[in-house]
Design a protein around this ligand. Structure first.
Ligand code: IMP
Length: 179
């Protein structure tokens, strides 16, 4: 059972503590930079869930970094995916010739990411890689490649650190589990 609106954030059990997020994100930043050592990196962040992850990831990066934002809708206000993905806000800049890193909060069924990778690949980036803070492999409906994964988790509904339930709880500094 998920809590109704307005559950006090202090009551949400910690699933991944803030210190573990910080440590892992620093490792991911090193890994990403290590794969593209001498070139610019262009981060494409998926709103809104990826924002906190992006903010911490780029602060751990060395070298030239640019960013852009995109919004997709795949979930309604509940916790089950409709499977339908829609582009709600497009990027401000083109991707031609850039080393693009997609930054997503979580890959669940994989439908959103698959859609996103298809449309971005068609814009001719020099390279296209994907970083997801969380992955729930047991929920996959489509085979999608994710180059950098922060944490692989079981099938739990998680919130915090950018992730929401009905637009709430994005501000938690840790990942909490609602079920
Ligand atoms: P997918 O298309 O099923 O992979 O869903 C991806 C999107 O669903 C993510 O970007 C999230 O916005 C949302 N989502 C999936 N699982 C969770 C969760 O456990 N908590 C919050 N949002 C989730």
């Amino acid at each position: 059972m998920l809590p109704s609106d307005g559950m006090p954030t202090a009551l949400i059990p910690v699933f991944i503590p803030a210190e573990a997020l910080k440590h892992r994100i620093a490792e991911l930043a090193k890994e990403i930079r290590g794969d593209v050592p001498n070139d610019d990196l262009h981060f494409v962040c998926v709103l809104k869930g990826g924002v906190l992850f992006l903010a911490d990831l780029i602060r751990e990066m060395e070298g030239t970094v640019t960013m852009d934002f995109m919004a997709l809708s795949s979930y309604g206000s509940g916790t089950t995916s409709s499977g339908e993905v829609r582009l709600v806000k497009d990027l401000d800049y083109g991707l031609e010739g850039r080393n693009v890193i997609i930054v997503e909060d979580i890959v669940d069924t994989g439908l959103t990411l698959h859609y996103l990778q298809e449309i971005l690949r068609a814009r001719n980036p020099r390279s296209l890689r994907t970083a997801c803070l969380l992955s729930k492999p047991s929920r996959r409906k489509i085979d999608v490649s994710v180059d950098y994964i922060g944490f692989t988790i079981e099938d739990r509904f998680v919130v915090g650190y950018g992730l929401d339930y009905s637009e709430q709880y994005r501000n938690l500094p840790y990942i909490g589990a609602l079920q």
